[in-house]
Every structure is written in C-alpha cells, then in structure tokens.
Write a protein of this length. Structure first.
Lengths: 81, 1078
C-alpha cells in the first residue's frame, strides 16, 4: 500500500503538468489576495506571521522541488536499468 | 578598524587562492576530468545571482523597507518549478545551436537578426553597467569601512606614487584580468569556462559561510535568537516592527510592489546575462538541472535566513538605519570581532567579484558578437583574423569592467546606485516576451520582437532610468513633478495619469504592457521570413520527437562549394587547427566523393555545420552573415529546391507521385518483353510526370560505346546525335564509369567546356545522368534527363526515384539480354549437332569407301587358299592389305598398318594403296617394294607425323617359296606340322628415315602350312582384366584350327577375339589374312 502510494506520487511528479501547477500555485500563494490572510500583525512563536509564513512556504517549496528531482532521478535510474 | 595591511594581505591571498583554483579546474578540463561537471558546482555557480547587492543590500533593504527584500529570492525559487521544462528547453536549444549569450539566443530565434542582437546588447549595456558599477562600489566602500581609509592605503604604493589608486579601479582591473584569463581563453564562447565556474562556486561557498557566520553570531551570540530580536524591536518601536513585517501599511510595502518584485526577480534569474551564462552555457548536463532546482533555492534560503535578524540587530545596536547597507561589516566590528568583520569583507568581496567576472564575460561576448562582429565581417576575411578576434574579445571584457568603474565614478554615491539592482532586473525583464514567446509561440517574429524590445526599453528608460538620473541631480527635478514641457500626462512616474503605483510597478506595468502588445501585434500582422521559419523549427520544436519521417532537404546551394573552401573560411575566423578539427569531426561518418567534396545533397548540411561552428565563436547572427557573404563572393547562394513531389506524403519517405511512377514503371516492365517498347514507354512516363524536356537512354553496345537507344522529348539533336565513348571527360561517361548519378542542378556552373557549350546551345538548365545498373552489377547504360526550365530540379528524393527507375530498366535489359543469350546458345547447339551428324555420316561414308578399297575377296590363286578380313574399330582406320597375283605362279601379299585411326591415317592408307598399286605394276622383290614405298611416302608421312608398318611377301606357288621383307610390322605366324614360327626380317618402319635397306628372307613352305598375317589389333586386344590377347594365345588358337578351311579360321579367330574382350567392343582395327598351302 505504502509503495503503491509512493509510486503513484512519483508518477504524478514526473508530469510536466505538475511542475506547472506548482508554479502557478506558488505564484498565487505569494500574491494578493491570498497573502492577505497572513498579513496581520501577529507574532506566533515571537516571529511575525507574514515573515514566518513566507519562510515556511519557502522551505515547503524547496522540499517539493526536491521531491520532483527525486522523481526525475528515479526515472533516469529506471531508464538506465 | 582593521590594519589596512592585514586586509590587503588577506585579500591578495584570497585572490591568489582563486587563481589557483581556476587554474587547477582549467587543467582538469584539459585532461578531460572535469571538476565542475556536477550538480553541486552547477547549483553553486547559479548562486552568482546573489551579488553584493544581496550580501550588503538585502540587510539595508530589510532595515529600511522591511519584508519586501524577500520576494527577490522567493521569485527564483518559484522559477525553479519551471526549470524542468523551460530551462531544459533553453539549454537543449543552446547546445544544439552553439548559442553564446542571451542576445545570441533571442536573435537566433528570430532569423539570426543582427539588429535584434545589437538591440539586446545595447539594452544590456545600459541596464547592466550600473549593476557592475554597484559591485565595484561595494568593494571600495566595504574596504573603506573596514580599514577606515577611503583609498587603497597601501604603504608600498604611497612611497612611489603621490596619489593612491582608488580601490574600485584596482579591483576592477584585477577582476578584468581574471575574467580575461579564465573567461576568454579561446574564441569559442559556447564552450564551458571551467576555471571561471570553479571560482564562482568557491566564492559562493565563501559568501554563504561568511554571511551565515555573521548572522549566527549576531542572532545567537549577541542576542538570544530570532524571537528575541523581534520582541526587543517590538518593545522599542511597535509601529516600526509592524511596518517592516507586513504589507500595505502606510509608508511601507504594498501588495503591488510585492508582486512586482516577485515578477522582476523571476525573470531576472533567467534573463540576466550572467544567469544565462552560468545556467545555460556553463551547464554540462541537462540532468544537473534537476538537482540545481532545489539546491539553488536552498542556498538562497540559507543566505536570506539571517537578513532580517541582522537588520533588526543593526537597528537595535546602532539605534537607527543609518549605514544599514553595511550592517554585515559594521556590526561585528562594533562588537569587537575584527576577524569576523574580515571574513564578512571577504564574503562581500566574493559576491562582487563573482558577479563582475561572469557579467563581464557575458556582456563582452554580446558586445563582441553583436556590435563588433557586424563591423568585422564587413571586411574581407584575412588570415590574421583569429588573433584579432581573440584580442578584441579580451579587450571587450576589460572594457566592460572599466565602463562599470567609470559609471560609478561619475554617478557617485547616490540613490541611483542603491536602486540599480531592481532597475537592472527591469531591463532584463524586457527580454521575457521575446524569449518565452520565441520558445513556445511559432508565430512570434522578428518584427514583433524588435518592436516589443524597443518599446519596452524606451519605457524602461523613460520611467525608471531617467527618474533615477534626475534624482542623482543630472536633470531638473521639474521633469518628475510636472512632466516634459509641462505635460502632466507624460510624467515619467505617472505615465498617462497612472499614479496609484510605486515607480517600479508603474515602470514594469507600462513597459511590459507595451512590450507584449507590440510583440503580439507585430507578430500577427507581419509575416516571417524563410530564414526565420527555419529557426522557429529549431527552437519551438526542439523536443519534438523524430516521427520517423526522414528530414527532407528543401534547400540547395546554387553553386557547389568544396570542403576546402569552407575550411579556409573557418580558418580565417577560428584558426586553422580548430577549423580542421571541426571538419574532421563532421566528416567522420560521411562519404566524400572523388573530387574531395560531399554530395550536393549534403552541402546544405555542411553549410549549416560551418555556420554552427562559427556561431560558437562569433554568435549566430554574425556567423550567418559571414557564411552568406562568403557564398555570395563565390557566386553561390542557398535557394529552395523545386519541389517535384508537392502532394501529401503517403508513406514514410515517398510522395504519392513517386509511388505512382514506380507502380506504372513496374507495369511497363511486365507488359512487354521487347526492350524498345519498354524503354519507349518508360521515357514517355518520365517525361509526362515530371517537368522534363528530354529523356535519353543510352546502352552499351558490343564495341564498348554508349549508343543512343531511344530518346523522347523535344530538340536535343546534338545530345542524341552521337555515341559517347566511355571517357571520364563526358558527364555521361563519368556517370557510367563512376557508377553513380551525375547531375547538375545548374548548368551555369558546369566545368566541362564541351558539355557547357552544348547545354548553352540547347538551353538546358539542369540535367542528370543515371547509370542503368542493377544492384551490385556493372551498368549497362545511362538514363539521361534534361530540363530546360527548372534550375535545382534534382533533389535527393527525385534522384533516388530516377535511380530506382534506372534499376528497374536495368532489370529489363538484363532479362532481355539473358533471353537473347539463351536463344543464341540453343541455336549454336543445334548447329553443332547437325555438324556432328554430318561428320558422322561422312565418316561412315569414308569407312564404306575405305573398306571397298580393300579386296573384297582374295584372288583365286592355285596351290593356296586365301581368306582375308578387316574389322575397323572406328569409322575409318589405317589397316590395309592387298593381293597382287602375277600370272599363275606368283602372288604378292601386303599387310600394312598406318599408325592411328584418324582420317589422316585413312588418307595415308589410301595414298599408300595408290602408290603400292602403281609400283606393283613392275615385278619387284619385296625389299625393293618396301624401299621404293619408303622413299615415295617419306615426305608425306613425316609431314603428317604418321608412319606405316608393312609386311610384304611374294609367294611362288610352283616352288612353294615365300620371299618376304618386313618394315616393322607385326611378325606373321607360320604354322606347320609340329610347331609354329614367326617370320622375321629386319627393317625400319616406313616414314622414319628416307633411305632404308630392308632385309629380304625366303622360306620354303610345305603343303598344309598355314601363313597368318595380322595387325597388332589382335594381340593387343585387351580383356577387362587388362590382359592382352597375346601371341601365345593366338598360336594356340591357330594350332587348334590348323586343319580348318581358311575362311573358318578367320571366323573363329574373330569370334574368339570378341569373346575375349567382351563385353567391350574391339579396341583397335583388326585385319588378318590367312593363306593355306595345298
């Protein structure tokens, strides 16, 4: 079950469409009006909300690209074997 | 403050290290063990994006305007999502076309436009120069801050020079030289600069480590973590914290500016010349993109993690935002950590140096390819060009760096420089529509791209650069307030009354709006040139899989160019060794014909290869121009081939017409066995289906000449009049002997004078001679086709079709020839049989005649009874016997054997008989007879190489005495009561010597004696065991038959002989004479 899910995810990540969707989604999430959700003078954990949101969003997107590259590498591994 | 000598020393040591690293990487590249061809180094080199503007400027921006420094680095992270399809496509195209810069990339896409390349170069120079200036200024400013001196306070220099050089010019020169050494080692810009990349990667590590060190020190050493910093600022100035960390508050950042900066940084990371250089040109493997896509954002994240904390720490520690740009340097110093400050200085220097090096190489390549090359190519290429070009390119790098220095010296320390980063980004963003459109929109054309760029650039200049110059005090500030000539609508920062946006967003909106609109509008309104369409395919469809249909050449060179000419051309630009290496690689697997050229169909490819090779050094536009002017100099040009197969292709590689013609041709071949009808029909078909004027078929005749068999079409009396010798001087002969099609697409360029004259008189524009040959067999003739109207008729496909028709024709000729040969052979066989029968009949006749020459019956001689018999083995033989009765008492007996059984032997036997009969008229003794015969026959016998054995005896019936001589004949047997003897007398066989004396003997016979004369055919008769019949066996037989009558003896001997040799017939002629004495 777990491997099937993993394979499924890897398969979806290989699609160029997935890259485009993530690209568009990222752009939306960094712009008005979406960003206004976090544009508040709050400080969870002592850190301003917007700053925290952008930093965490950044880490998330890096992680997603990392997954993408893993999926691509997986593919080239398979092609090689 | 740090000791100036310490800073100097450290910086020089660091630079020395960079030199070493670059040198080492270059060496490794030469050895083929690349140091930099891995994803990590690739990702690190992309981080040249983070310049000193990031290193120092981000903190300043965070301290003054707050969170909007972040989108500058969030944007690139977002674009990383597009790398897998966008950057990969750009990289693939660049590698396939030897792209040298972003200007080259865009201008190549739009038909290798020189103008477009030059325009992009100008925009880049104006937009990027201040950015380089910013880097140089950062170096000198940071130096001043860390040492307290505003010039290079260098003890050594001070002692020899009255003034100290500005640190800016010093670093500018140093970086310029560095870039020259490692960025322009060769003229080829499309190849990777590993030394440069290695240094950039190292510098990227240094700047990250330095920045993190400062950040960690301030956040966790001086303060108590990030939350602590925010808390303290909140306590001190809550409004400031809110302004810095939210959007949309009055005086702070807006959503629009957030979006603007995001867009600018997204395009900048792809489009800035240095980014294009490291991401596209220095990429060694497409798969590295994958890894870089997350490593680069991760680097950016780490780089920016402590920007906000350092900014806050600066505000808290210094109490304000004054000098916030250099908090990274000043805070460690303020806290008393000089060493940390020195590290921070090195990090800042790295950030500046990396950017200046890559940018200067990238910009100078553009300058060289798109501004200098068009000038250079307008001169005739010379042998010293390679040296000149590499010098120009190197000088270009120094020039770019010095221009940057000059700029910062003139503009000075002002508002302009600080904002230059984003202004540069905006300039680079102008390339986006042309680039993205060029990659994905086939209709996008040159006019659109130029129009869009010009408009976008103009707006950028007017709304962004001009105001910044005004702020620097170069212009009357009234321009900003009330617009040019007092027209408010045209105010640079409120164009057409749009005042709601901040200047950057305003400029981005208008420039992009007009840029994109112009690009789209002109692309739709205007068409593309053919050259452009070729390029579109290479760009838009670079990933299109080869769908099985082979590439169809649609171009040809009007006058063939040899390989040597192309090599000479390349040598004049890239140097001789490089040119030879390039052509060797190209020709590796291709066929070269006898004249040292490639086939005509290969020429367009060769031309493209030459263009591509030159493009790696000169840029696509210049390379195209160089090759074009070279071609026009020698009177050639690229032109479209006449597309004879205009309809849709129905199969993999054949058009419907081609299939139809092939089908019809097979029908013609099968319909008739008459070669003339076949050829006639085929020529009619070819003439009707293609736009030809004359078709001729020549076949090889027996005398080895090509004879005109049939021709169809108009005119051409001279072409069909005579036979063609198989000589290499004629095109026909060349096609036949060379066993390959010989065709000219333009008779104007024929080199054979005789042919040229004829073609001019006949008005032939193009022609082809196709050898008529089946696979692997030598040709049997030549199919020639001529056109009077179309130049460039013979495409690869058409010639292939003609070849295939000629092949079919060869089959037909072959079949007809074979049939004729079979017919001839049969007739010959028949004739031979007839002849044979005739000879047999003649021989049979001869045999009858020969037999009739022998006495049928022995003469009746008193006192003896005679019997004789001859059984020839073959038709004619050489055995002979005769009786000559003389009166009542004497009888001569002769038994002879001519050697061999040939007709010759028979004739000699006849001659012998005649001579003998003549000589027997006189009464002579046997030895005389033999002597006379030998004398007479000697000449004939030796001429015929034959000889005769002969026994001659004279019997006196009255006295019963036998006188005899023997010329080597088998000795006759004499049987008497109680025994037998052989009659022997010496004598040489006839025909050996001219004069021979024969011994003559006599023997007294008694009644009852039996004389047996015979030829050696009896005793040499063999049985199947190989045993001879032999004399003893014969004697025994005769003894047994002694008392039988003569005739019966003969019959019995013959019967025994046949029984002995059975089942085989007798091998030799058998003759015998029996004489019984009464």
């Amino acid at each position: 079950m777990k491997t099937r899910l993993r394979d499924g995810v890897i398969k979806k990540l290989k699609l160029t469409d997935s890259w485009v969707i993530c690209f568009v989604l990222g752009f939306i999430m960094m712009n008005y009006p979406f960003i206004s959700i976090f544009n508040k003078p709050l400080r969870p954990f002592g850190i301003p909300l917007l700053y925290l949101y952008l930093l965490l969003g950044w880490v998330c997107s890096i992680f997603i690209v990392y997954l993408f590259s893993r999926a691509e590498r997986h593919k080239s591994d398979k092609e090689r074997s | 403050m740090l000791n100036v000598d310490l800073v100097w020393g450290t910086a020089l040591l660091y630079i020395a290290l960079l030199f070493l690293v670059a040198y080492y990487a270059d060496q490794r590249q030469k050895q083929g063990r690349s140091l930099t061809a891995n994803p990590t180094v690739y990702a690190l080199s992309i981080t040249v994006y983070a310049t000193s503007w990031t290193y120092y400027g981000s903190v300043g921006k965070a301290a003054t305007s707050g969170i909007d420094f972040l989108p500058i680095y969030l944007g690139p992270t977002l674009t990383a999502f597009s790398w897998w399809f966008l950057l990969k496509k750009i990289v693939r195209i660049s590698k396939q076309n030897n792209i040298t810069s972003i200007a080259d990339f865009i201008s190549s896409r739009y038909g290798r436009s020189q103008w477009l390349g030059a325009l992009i170069t100008v925009i880049t120079l104006m937009g990027i120069m201040p950015y380089i200036a910013l880097q140089l200024r950062a170096v000198s400013t940071s130096f001043a801050i860390i040492t307290g001196y505003h010039d290079f306070h260098f003890g050594f220099l001070e002692s020899i020079s009255p003034f100290s050089p500005h640190p800016g010019i010093f670093s500018a020169l140093l970086l310029g030289i560095f870039s020259t050494i490692f960025g322009a080692r060769h003229l080829v810009s499309a190849e990777r600069h590993e030394g440069l990349v290695a240094v950039i990667a190292l510098e990227s590590i240094v700047k990250l480590v330095a920045f993190l060190s400062v950040g960690i020190f301030l956040t966790y050493g001086v303060f108590d973590g990030m939350a602590d910093l925010f808390e303290r600022l909140y306590e001190r100035d809550p409004a400031l914290l809110v302004r810095l960390t939210t959007l949309g508050s009055p005086g702070g950042n807006s959503y629009a500016s957030m979006c603007t900066v995001l867009l600018l940084s997204m395009s900048a990371v792809m489009l800035l010349p240095r980014q294009f250089q490291v991401m596209v040109l220095e990429n060694s493997d497409e798969s590295h993109l994958n890894q870089a896509a997350w490593r680069f954002p991760a680097y950016m994240f780490l780089m920016n993690l402590f920007v906000m904390p350092i900014a806050l720490a600066g505000i808290l520690l210094t109490g304000g935002v004054r000098g916030a740009d250099y908090f990274v340097l000043t805070l460690p110093m303020q806290e008393g950590h000089q060493w940390l400050a020195l590290v921070a200085f090195l990090g800042g220097f790295s950030a500046s140096a990396g950017m200046v090096m890559v940018e200067s190489v990238a910009v100078s390549t553009m300058l060289f390819n798109h501004v200098l090359m068009p000038v250079v190519t307008s001169f005739k290429p010379q042998n010293w060009f390679p040296a000149l070009l590499i010098t120009l390119k190197r000088a270009g790098i120094i020039l770019v760096v010095l221009l940057g220095y000059q700029y910062q010296a003139i503009v000075g320390d002002s508002y302009t420089l600080a904002n230059m980063g984003l202004i540069s980004f905006s300039a680079a963003t102008q390339f986006a529509p042309a680039l993205i459109g060029g990659l994905y929109w086939p209709r996008g054309n040159r006019t659109g791209a130029i129009a869009g760029l010009v408009l976008g650039f103009a707006i950028w200049f007017y709304t962004l650069l001009l105001p910044s110059l005004v702020h620097a005090g170069w212009w009357d500030t009234n321009l900003l307030v009330s617009g040019p000539f007092g027209i408010e609508l045209l105010r640079p920062q409120g164009l057409f009354g749009m005042t709601a946006l901040d200047p950057l967003s305003h400029a981005l909106f208008w420039s992009m709006f007009l840029n994109i609109s112009a690009y789209l509008a002109f692309s739709i309104l205007c068409g593309q040139s053919e050259k452009e369409r070729d390029q579109v395919k290479k760009f838009v469809q670079v990933f299109a899989p080869e769908n099985g249909s082979p590439h169809r050449e649609t171009k040809r060179l009007s006058k063939p160019v040899t390989i040597v000419q192309f090599v000479n051309l390349m040598s004049k630009f890239i140097g001789e060794p490089q040119a030879h290496a390039a052509i060797a690689e190209y020709l590796g697997e291709r066929e070269i014909d006898g004249r040292g050229g490639v086939s005509e169909f290969e020429l367009p490819n060769l031309k493209r290869f030459v263009e591509k090779t030159l493009a790696a050094s000169l840029g696509g536009a210049a390379a195209g121009a160089v090759v074009e002017s070279f071609l026009s100099d020698i009177g050639s040009r690229m032109e479209s081939v006449y597309d004879i197969f205009s309809t849709v292709r129905t199969s993999r590689d054949q058009s419907r017409e081609a299939l139809y013609v092939r089908l019809r041709a097979s029908e013609i071949m099968n319909r008739s066995l008459d070669l003339d009808i076949i050829i006639e029909d085929l020529l009619t078909l070819i003439l009707r289906e293609f736009k030809l004027d004359l078709c001729v078929v020549r076949l090889l005749n027996e005398t080895g000449r090509l004879e005109v068999r049939t021709y169809k079409g108009e005119g051409g009396a001279e072409l069909t009049a005579e036979e063609r010798l198989l000589e290499i001087d004629t095109h026909v002969g060349e096609a036949f002997l060379g066993r390959r099609p010989e065709f000219f697409n333009d008779t104007a360029f024929i080199s054979k004078p005789f042919a040229k004259e004829i073609f001019q008189r006949e008005g032939i524009k193009s022609f082809a001679h196709i050898p008529i040959a089946s696979e692997g067999a030598p040709p049997v003739g030549v199919l020639s086709v001529f056109s009077r109207s179309i130049v460039g008729l013979f495409t690869e496909q058409f010639v292939e079709l003609l070849e295939s028709l000629a092949g079919q024709l060869a089959q037909a000729v072959h079949i007809v020839n074979e049939r004729e040969a079979r017919e001839r052979e049969r007739e010959q066989k028949e004739a031979a049989l007839l002849e044979n029968a005739r000879v047999t009949r003649d021989l049979e006749l001869a045999k009858q005649i020969q037999l009739s020459l022998l006495p049928l019956e022995p003469p009746g001689v008193p006192g003896v009874s005679l019997a004789c018999r001859c059984v020839p083995a073959s038709h004619v033989g050489g055995d002979y016997y005769d009786f000559f009765p003389r009166g009542g008492e004497l009888v001569d007996l002769v038994m002879a054997d001519v050697s061999g059984h040939s007709v010759g032997a028979a004739l000699i036997m006849v001659e012998t008989r005649s001579v003998l009969r003549a000589q027997m008229q006189a009464i002579r003794s046997p030895s005389e007879v033999l002597g006379v015969l030998n004398n007479l026959l000697y000449d004939d016998l030796s001429r015929a190489e034959l000889f005769i054995t002969m026994f001659c005896g004279k019997y006196d019936t009255a006295r019963r005495v036998l006188t005899f001589s023997n010329a080597g004949h088998t000795r006759p047997l004499l049987l008497r009561e109680g025994g037998w003897q052989e009659l022997d007398a010496d004598g040489l066989i006839l025909g050996v010597e001219k004069r021979v004396v024969f011994e003559e003997k006599t023997v007294q016979l008694a009644p009852g004696d039996l004389l047996f004369l015979y030829t050696d055919g009896i005793i040499e008769n063999e049985n199947k065991e190989g045993e001879f019949f032999g004399v003893p066996r014969l004697c025994d037989l005769l003894t047994e038959l002694h008392h039988e009558p003569a005739e019966a003896i003969i019959e019995e001997v013959l019967a025994r002989l046949n029984a002995f040799s059975a089942p085989r017939p007798l091998q030799d002629d058998v003759s015998m004479v029996v004489m019984k004495v009464h």
